[in-house]
Design a protein. Structure first.
Length: 311
């Protein structure tokens, strides 16, 4: 039994990255929270064949299936069930990467929770999302903030939803970062202390249990990191016209939206998000190490936001 992404999860497949629910939740089923998501093994071959697939995945309003050659068949159903049919010799670490990554993104979309691709950090009691394309420094910036005493809500998949008052919020995922070896080198962290995400991978699982937020927090801002041919860091608040495209390109697994029948929903929720939350773009030089200056730039902006909230 686990708690992650705001969901109570029962899993037949061990997920050591996720926080366990306390024993009382398991021993007292009548008072326990209902199960939101079941994860287990299943023989998916006949179901996969019934769709007569022409590619690596199938996507309908209630079912998403994915085939990774040499690893497994995966199925995500109705936002409450995730199944895996591993091939013989499948790497369990790599299997969990897909369960907690692509498959969890599909489950969140099926539940109409917006998954953004990036990291989210707690600063002054509010969540700030850091988005950007792969290799542009999202997790490295998040790690730099953690080293200054700030806390992590999620790395890789950011679950964004609206509460009863219409306020956008970020729900914690699980206490782990995924950092490339170059990022570890920046902070003087030895790769021998951490487990590669899977065999022969140069990206490492970095536990951050002591720096993890377990509470849902209001989303106060989104920073997009962009590597560019420039000499200095530049921060600019994005215009209203740019915000929808920014949120669209950083929606995790946005290619699933059409098949799920969620295109209109996605436009509505991102338009509301764009009107309520400040979005910023930060250009960073491609050939300079600017992580410490970048951290201070984000903190200065977050402090300004905090000051505005307190007025």
């Amino acid at each position: 039994m686990y708690k992650a992404f705001g969901l109570h999860i029962q899993s037949e497949i061990p997920l050591p990255e996720l926080p366990n629910l306390p024993p009382a939740s398991i021993q007292a089923p009548h008072s326990a929270e209902p199960i939101d998501l079941y994860i287990g093994y299943a023989d998916l071959a006949s179901q996969w064949a019934s769709y007569s697939p022409t590619g690596a995945y199938i996507n309908t309003p209630d079912t998403y299936m994915l085939r990774i050659e040499g690893l497994a068949l995966f199925a995500c159903k109705n936002g409450n069930r995730m199944e895996a049919s591993p091939e013989p010799g499948a790497d369990p670490d790599q299997l969990r990467l897909y369960l907690l990554g692509t498959c969890m993104g599909a489950i969140l979309l099926q539940r109409k929770i917006l998954p953004l691709h990036g990291s989210a950090i707690e600063i002054d009691g509010r969540a700030y999302a850091i988005v950007g394309h792969s290799g542009h420094g999202k997790s490295t910036l998040a790690s730099a903030l953690l080293q200054q005493g700030y806390r992590l809500l999620t790395d890789d998949v950011i679950p964004v939803s609206r509460d009863a008052n219409g306020t956008f919020q970020v729900t914690p995922a699980y206490p782990q970062q995924k950092l490339w070896q170059e990022s570890l080198d920046v902070f003087g962290m030895s790769t021998s202390e951490y487990r590669p995400l899977f065999e022969r991978e140069t990206k490492f699982a970095v536990p951050v249990t002591s720096s993890f937020v377990q509470d849902t927090l209001p989303l106060a801002g989104i920073f997009e990191l962009v590597k560019a041919d420039c000499k200095d860091l530049m921060l600019q608040e994005t215009s209203r016209l740019e915000r929808l495209s920014l949120l669209s390109r950083h929606t995790y697994r946005s290619s699933l939206l059409e098949g799920c029948g969620l295109t209109a929903w996605h436009f509505d929720i991102t338009a509301r998000l764009a009107s309520q939350v400040d979005l910023y773009r930060i250009w960073r030089p491609m050939d300079q190490q600017t992580i410490h200056s970048l951290r201070e730039l984000v903190l200065d902006r977050a402090r300004s936001v905090s000051a505005a909230f307190s007025q």
